[in-house]
Write a protein that binds this ligand. Structure first.
Ligand SMILES: NC(=O)c1ccc[n+]([C@@H]2O[C@H](COP(=O)([O-])OP(=O)(O)OC[C@H]3O[C@@H](n4cnc5c(N)ncnc54)[C@H](O)[C@@H]3O)[C@@H](O)[C@H]2O)c1
Ligand SMILES: [Zn+2]
Length: 358
């Protein structure tokens, strides 16, 4: 097992990474401060892993909420199911929520914890690769609104994160690949040596090799923890974690949520960001091809869907939440392993990138 720390002063917390951690409740029990626990999961994950987690919680009042599965349920209505249960079972301010699931369950549970009785503790047990390397770390929580993804939320850090790479054995291949896109993101924004490692180990990752997965999760979490420690509330540097996301969100939104997985849209978005960086003279063509090749090895899409037109891209990117003071800011690359946030590019060049992305 490997342990990392997210360094946030008195709100610092550990990330435990390894195989078969679900059965090791000694890891997370010390982070439960009261006598009450509420496990939040969904109908896909409950039959697979809920019993195992419950077994480790002997001695506590344990309640559970099993949510419907899907991004379309990541909304205020579904969130209420968590509050209903907490109030019905009289959970008080010392309760601890446990998020057992992917990013959807994690984001909703975190937001429920941020707002229930003005804030209670929560623990993340992420079960997708994406949630292990990204959403469970850093304290962004929330739900979607009909008019925008993740538009209602709060910053609320977990007490600990338990990333059991063993649970990835049941994860569908397409979901694994979506998580790999976020792993590649860390290499591209700040970790050139990790890009080399990924090129040497992509086949092992796709094959769910345990050692390779644990290393990728650890290195990704380390990268994320470093950025979050510097800029918890995204006043500046944290924005680099959104590489590929402004393009990607446009694809997700235009296609309708659920059609393209988030990680798939981010993969194509990162290729578009690389292309624009190349047009600005920062990357060379070989760099762009390198990014594409690596993502293709994980069977990720690298071309935008023709159903998303140039106008769709421009209008959807303009409302993306990364827009500050009316200026479209994008995360681009000065080099492989060095991201920058900039609004310093001609719109004409952005249009060339969109035109070349199909
Ligand atoms: N908070 C953040 O910083 C942050 C960062 C990135 C993404 N997100 C959010 O995360 C969400 C996406 O997360 P996700 O990709 O984990 O999707 P998800 O939570 O929808 O999980 C994907 C699918 O895999 C299933 N699943 C989960 N674990 C499984 C397992 N071990 N075995 C079999 N099936 C399993 C789920 O039930 C679901 O059907 C989005 O809502 C996104 O906005 C948040
Ligand atoms: Zn993402």
């Amino acid at each position: 097992m490997r342990t990392l720390t997210v360094d946030l002063g008195d709100r610092s917390y550990p990330i435990y990474i390894g195989a078969d951690l679900l059965s090791q409740s000694n890891l997370y029990r010390p982070h439960i401060r009261g006598k009450q626990v509420c496990i939040v999961t969904n109908e896909t994950i409950a039959p697979l892993y809920l019993e195992q987690v419950k077994q480790g919680l002997e001695g506590y009042q344990v309640d559970e909420v099993v949510l419907p599965d899907g991004e379309q349920f990541k909304n205020l209505d579904t969130l209420n199911l968590i509050f209903d249960k907490l109030l019905e079972k009289r959970h008080n301010r010392t309760t601890t929520l446990i998020a057992l699931g992917g990013g959807v369950v994690g984001d909703m549970t975190g937001f429920a914890a941020a707002s229930y009785q003005r804030g209670v503790d929560f623990i993340q047990i992420p079960t997708t690769l994406l949630s292990q390397v990204d959403s469970s770390v850093g304290g962004k929580t929330g739900v979607n609104h009909a008019l925008g993804k993740n538009m209602i939320g709060a910053f609320h850090q977990p007490r600990c994160v338990l990333a059991d790479t063993g649970v990835l054995s049941s994860l569908p291949a397409r979901e694994l690949a979506a998580g790999i896109a976020e792993v590649v993101k860390y290499g591209l924004i700040a970790d050139a040596p990790f890009m080399d490692w990924l090129e040497a180990n992509m086949d092992a990752l796709v094959a769910k090799d345990g050692e390779a997965l644990a290393y990728a999760v650890e290195r990704s979490c380390q990268n994320k923890a470093d950025v979050v420690a510097k800029d918890e509330r995204e006043g500046g540097i944290r924005a680099i974690l959104n590489l590929g996301h402004t393009f990607g969100h446009a694809i997700e939104t235009a296609m309708g949520y659920g059609e393209w997985l988030h990680g798939e849209a981010v993969a194509t978005g990162m290729v578009m960001a690389a292309d624009l960086s190349q047009r600005l003279g920062w990357l060379n063509k070989a760099d762009v091809e390198r990014v594409e090749k690596l993502l293709l090895r994980a069977a990720l899409p690298v071309k935008a869907p023709t159903a998303v037109t140039e106008e769709d891209f421009l209008s959807l990117m303009a409302v993306d939440k990364k827009v500050l003071d009316g200026q479209l800011r994008l995360v681009l690359m000065k080099a492989v392993g060095e991201a920058v946030v900039t609004s310093d590019f001609p719109v004409e060049t952005l249009k060339e990138t969109i035109a070349a992305s199909y």
